[in-house]
Design a protein around this ligand. Structure first.
Ligand code: ATP
Ligand code: MG
Length: 345
């Protein structure tokens, strides 16, 4: 079997015996765009810093290209990290900032000047080469930091929430640019974020973390459509949950319906996204349907959000583009079998 570019083996970190990252195994490859996704304090930065050599692991190993780099300093690893807050040299021009690493490494001057030109073009800052960082916008400074890291031609580029300080429109533009850059240079990017939309928009592989552990690894679509835990279900989007019981490979949701699901007899939760809940005549497309009452209606512009109640008082959300149903009406409710998932209660 081919060795993966990066392999983490039981990698763990504790600060003063408090675990920040529990032993985790993870592999990724050349060309992957990995997003490490999770709430504040779940260990994302710690994991990234261990990869880059800025934090020594408490236990476990890091292999890059088959070589054990666990105890190598940052400058001897084929990685480069873009920290949050850019870390640009204020007294150097954009060109000097970008050229810094290779210049220290003694790269040929003429070659370096050409590479800086190419890099300025790549991050669309050609006109800004002679400016100082203080005269640039946040998004422009972020692109300088990115260019400076890319100049080192790292096998693995590590990015810690690089767009967190930017407003939404600029963040989206930068995401688009980062995707294009990744496509053009074809390296391996590891991108930390606590924003699920950003992770899904960018990554070929999303690693969802919670409390120092990896909860699930998969494509954006997999983790959205087939979340494995309740935490992942709710972290990557809105989710309704119905308490249910599995017995003899059948799950029954009280007051709603029963369906086949293989697994041990135990209490479970059935998840379904609000935008996948069908109301009224649209339930004809669903595998099963039941009656429920509309108890709230919220106009959101592109969509209408309904709160719906089962006879036993359990409520859930349904969002639809149509808003004909009104509060107090009873309607049929359903969804397709492929839109539901079952997690441990
Ligand atoms: N240098 C340190 N000394 C002691 N504890 C630390 C240190 N760095 C991080 N921690 C703790 O380790 C845990 C994980 O921190 P980390 O910075 O990796 O989280 P994060 O997922 O990057 O969070 P955020 O989204 O807020 O940046 C936290 O509980 C944090 O308080
Ligand atoms: Mg962090």
């Amino acid at each position: 079997m081919k060795t993966p570019l990066v392999r983490l083996e039981a990698l763990a970190k504790s600060y003063a015996s408090v675990p920040a990252v529990h032993p985790l195994d993870l592999e990724f490859d050349t060309g992957d765009f990995l997003a490490i996704l999770g709430p504040s304090g779940c260990g994302k930065t710690t994991l990234l810093k261990m990869l880059g050599g800025f934090v020594p692991p408490t236990s476990g190993r890091i292999l890059i290209g088959g070589e054990d780099v666990t105890h190598l300093p940052p400058e001897r690893r084929p990685t480069n990290m873009v920290f949050q807050g850019y870390g640009l040299f204020p007294h150097m021009t954009v060109r000097q900032n970008i050229a810094y690493g290779p210049r220290i490494a003694g790269e040929d001057k003429a070659l370096l000047a050409r590479r800086v030109d190419d890099m300025l073009a790549l991050v669309r800052l050609t006109e800004f080469g002679d400016q100082y960082p203080g005269a640039l916008s946040g998004g422009q400074q972020q692109r300088v930091a990115l260019a400076r890291a890319l100049m080192m031609r790292p096998k693995v580029l590590l990015l810690d929430e690089p767009f967190a300080a930017l407003d939404l429109k600029l963040r989206q533009a930068m995401q688009e640019e980062l995707r294009t850059i990744h496509k053009n240079i074809g390296g391996t990017f590891v991108f930390v974020t606590h924003d699920q939309a950003e992770a899904m928009a960018l990554a070929s592989k999303v690693v969802v973390m919670s409390k120092g552990r990896v909860e699930q690894v998969g494509s954006g679509e997999e983790i959205y459509r087939r979340p494995k835990t309740r935490f992942v279900s709710q972290f990557v989007g809105e989710a309704n949950f119905f308490a249910a019981e599995r017995k003899n490979n059948r799950v029954s949701i009280p007051g709603a319906f029963t369906f086949e699901d293989h697994g041990p007899d135990c209490p479970v939760q059935v998840g379904v996204r609000p935008e996948r809940v069908l109301l009224g005549a649209r339930t004809k497309q669903s595998a099963h349907s039941f009656d429920a009452r509309i108890i709230d209606r919220l106009f959101l512009g592109a969509q209408v959000q309904y709160r719906v109640a089962l006879p036993d008082g359990v409520t859930f959300l349904a969002t639809t583009p149509e808003g004909a149903l009104q509060i107090g009406e009873t309607t049929s409710v359903g969804w397709s079998a492929e839109d539901q998932w079952v997690v441990q209660a």
